[in-house]
Design a protein. Structure first.
Length: 630
């Protein structure tokens, strides 16, 4: 199946059940996308006689990297449409966070889509991004377009924070393309004030512990390494030291909750330190001064994911001593977070752990400087499906149905809404535009429900839900894998043409000691991958192979039509089974909430979760195992 611009919403969530027909034929929504492509191609064919003769080789040669570039490409978002491209004059200026948006893949002329292959941006690693035809095309387009815009540099730097450059259509020449610098005043308008943040933190943060405030104009932009992360300097405060400026252009409330969480938690060696500065920005419309983000320490050692991928590419792995060191540090910092009344961590994965290099210490001569883990990203919004515990992810499935199903499936949407309202106190649908309103525990309803249960009854289920993610992280750590590769979610798009990788809960050779294997299985109790019944066991769903979505466990087929049908059947069958599990869990949760019974009569997710060890037990076992193994 070809990757589409809607692949995340249509196929990597339970909405796939309603996007694909049972016979494998595309739904009305998918048919609409085909119609759009056909209309674009018809328009292209009608004007082809007026255009220069098309030559693929010449066009590709024209996309060579310029010897005198005027733009730089720092990255791309998961959807393959939002590029972090910046004009060179923006470097060492204030960070204005203006990203470049390309149209959906389906709206490209057919011949240009085949040549530019825009879908490659969804799964290509960041170090290979500049080699893609779509990346070189974008840089060439921006270089030719920006000089044609009067006062472009002035208007770019003066635009509201988070404005966009929109490329509305794709053509071989910029004369045939529609491109706009589009001011967006909503982001600044929706920012909360420093006073609001102080009020949110006043119960946990003393006045003298509040970080200083700096204006956005004090920052100097260096590089955009992630949708939310800019590398900057603050010459007036920190000289040439490079630090992180974190800002969100969507769902800012999560960023404000992270500031509150970071300021509320006591320091810990393996926890991201408190913000160095709060960054404010005066709105272009109305003059309100709002919080645009915060500045925090930058760890040049990169993420644990990067380290594991690098080792995998080199055919090496961490020493057993280092694996245990990381495992203990991670468990200890989770214990630390959970000691706080509102503390928990719901997004554990290798991406959210960075490496602190200790040049003064060394684990051994071969490994060089000592390495410590630092946990970051404390937004408390929840994690990817493949990492989240079943008692959380099944509720999230229901939330997707209740929030995003269209009017054609109103009955199913109302049923999902009723199940959520019956099981979770105060549940209501939210949207990305929802403004910040202080809430204890953030904005994820299934995680907040576990938090409330802990506050009211002393329940350990919130802790055991985090233990589930810790178990998967231990699997990654000891097996040397950066991804778990189970289920269907965003992680599918992070790899291409990977044939020999193992998936959780498989173990390869002697990398993971038997006692750690047993511990991982205990931590992830309730995961369908452990089902003894082959028919009930969850298996890997999809992979990207040759730039296309294909079933993970299906051999290649002879025709595109057959391959697409098999892929669509696999997607729908996977999500139908997942929704069956979710329905069963919601019934179990209803029973628990209204009768006090801890599990369904035949056993269920809640009873399985109760068999997971607690964090303190895990830390003790890790110390004992380390002594026996090393």
């Amino acid at each position: 199946m070809e990757l589409s611009s809607n692949v995340i919403n249509h196929f990597l969530t339970p909405l796939a059940v309603y996007r694909l027909q049972k016979n494998g034929e595309p739904s009305s929504q998918a048919e609409a996308e085909v119609t759009i492509t056909a209309q674009v191609d018809a328009k292209e064919n009608a004007t082809e006689g007026q255009s220069p003769t098309w030559n693929d080789d010449e066009f590709i040669r024209s996309l060579t990297v310029s010897a005198r570039p005027t733009w730089r490409l720092d990255g791309v978002d998961t959807d393959g449409r939002r590029f972090f491209a910046v004009p060179l004059f923006a470097i060492d200026n204030l960070p204005v966070r203006i990203d470049v948006w390309l149209p959906p893949f389906e709206e490209y002329p057919c011949r240009l889509r085949k040549t530019l292959k825009p879908e490659e941006a969804m799964y290509t690693s960041k170090d290979q991004l500049l080699s893609l035809p779509i990346s070189r095309f974008l840089l060439r387009t921006l270089k030719k377009w920006s000089p044609t815009v009067p006062n472009f540099e002035r208007d770019y730097l003066a635009a509201p924070f988070g404005s966009r450059i929109i490329i509305a259509d794709i053509a071989t020449s910029i004369e045939d393309m529609t491109i706009h610098l589009l001011p967006d005043y909503d982001i600044e308008h929706n920012m909360c004030s420093v006073d609001q943040l102080r009020k949110a933190c006043h119960n946990n943060v003393k006045e003298d512990e509040w970080p200083p405030t700096v204006d956005l104009s004090s920052l100097r932009f260096k590089r955009q390494i992630h949708e939310a992360i800019s590398l900057v300097t603050l010459p007036g405060q920190l000289g040439d030291k490079v630090v992180v400026f974190k800002s969100l252009l969507r769902d800012q409330r999560y960023m404000y909750n992270e500031i509150k969480t970071l300021l509320s938690l006591a320091p810990h060696d393996n926890l991201m330190p408190r913000p160095l500065f709060i960054v404010t920005k005066r709105s272009k419309f109305g003059g309100k001064k709002g919080v645009a983000g915060f500045v925090m320490e930058y760890f040049e050692g990169g993420s644990l994911k990067d380290l594991l991928l690098k080792n995998k590419a080199k055919g090496t792995e961490l020493s057993m001593r280092q694996k245990f060191r990381f495992a203990r540090q991670l468990t200890d910092v989770l214990i630390h977070i959970n000691r706080h009344r509102l503390g928990f961590y719901p997004d554990l994965k290798p991406d959210n752990l960075v490496i602190r290099l200790n040049t003064s210490t060394s684990n051994n001569e071969e490994e060089g400087p000592g390495m410590d883990l630092v946990l970051l990203d404390l937004e408390q919004r929840g994690g990817w499906f493949s990492w989240s515990p079943p008692e959380v992810v099944y509720v999230e499935y229901m939330e997707i149905l209740a929030t995003w199903l269209d009017s054609q499936h109103d009955a199913e949407r109302q049923l999902a809404t009723k199940k959520l309202q019956d099981c979770i106190e105060g549940w209501e649908a939210t949207s990305q535009s929802t403004r910040y309103k202080d809430q204890d525990g953030g904005f994820s309803y299934p995680w907040k429900a576990l938090l409330q249960e802990r506050l009211l009854t002393g329940s350990k289920r919130l802790e055991r839900a985090q233990v589930f993610m810790l178990g998967k992280l231990l699997w990654c750590l000891f097996e040397g894998e950066a991804r778990v590769r189970c289920g269907i979610d965003h992680e599918v798009l992070q790899e291409n043409d990977v044939e020999s990788q193992i998936a959780f809960p498989q173990f390869d050779g002697k990398k993971t000691p038997t006692q750690i294997r047993d511990l991982i299985k205990e931590c992830t109790s309730g995961e369908p991958e452990w089902e003894t019944d082959e028919k009930k066991r969850r298996k890997p769903g999809l992979v990207v192979r040759g730039g296309k979505l294909v079933p993970a466990q299906t051999e290649s087929t002879s025709t595109n039509e057959t391959a697409n049908a098999v892929t669509e059947y696999t997607i729908r069958a996977f999500w139908e089974r997942e929704l069956e599990r979710a329905d069963a869990f919601m019934a179990e949760l209803f029973l628990h909430k209204h009768t006090g019974i801890d599990a369904a009569p035949t056993g269920g997710i809640l009873s399985a979760a109760d068999h997971r060890p607690l964090l303190s037990d895990i830390l003790s076992r890790l110390a004992e195992l380390e002594n026996s193994v090393l």
